[in-house]
Write a protein of this length. Sequence first.
Length: 260
Amino acid sequence: MAAGPMVKRILILGGTTESRQLAAALAARPGLAVALSLAGRTESPAEQGVPTRSGGFGGARGLARHLAEHEFDLLIDATHPYAARISANAAEAASLAGVPVLALHRPGWEKVAGDRWTLVDDVAGAAQALGTAPQRVFLSLGRQEIGAFAAAPQHHYLVRSVDPVEPPLAVPQAEYILARGPFREADEHALLREKGIDALVSKDSGGAATYGKIAAARALGIEVVMIRRPALPQVPSAAGVEELVAMVAHLSGPVAERGV
């Protein structure tokens, strides 16, 4: 078998399904040493399959130091589409450390016939968009972001999160569900009907894992208050795991096929 490329040390900033898939795909390639970093916001993250660290770096300069100290020669930003601060730090850190950076940008959802979307810029705008009349509202957001809805206490909230919401939302009426996706459309349809949901608040996360709630809301004629995506740094990017693996392969050089 022909020799593989010079070893590449790759740090992936993750926390998404795609980051886990990407780490596994790259770790399976000869000559690549892959590590994954999680922000630490989820108390019990899913098994990642590669060496993993949790927690922040102390901003862009801290991340740059980490890249240099551990001799990483490629940084991949595969964080959530709404992790704008982390993405900005990643781009700056790569520049400071003098290493290339790639990004995995999951495409957003496309509005189709029957969707009732109200687009807003942030969670505060979402709370305001719900209006003054009391509604039963499904909040499908990160637990760190629901505090803004205390400004609209007239609504009854259904909150779903991976970890418990602490402290609870400061409103008279709130119900909590602990669950980890993916979520099937049929199950989302049943949940929205059972809870009598009038409005759904969501980020434009993209992907299939959480699209079921959007399809179910469309089928039931439920309004979706959709938070727009933030602006992200302009770095070389791919829309999917396979495309990004190909980009890494181009940077790493040719790799011989594994024998059986």
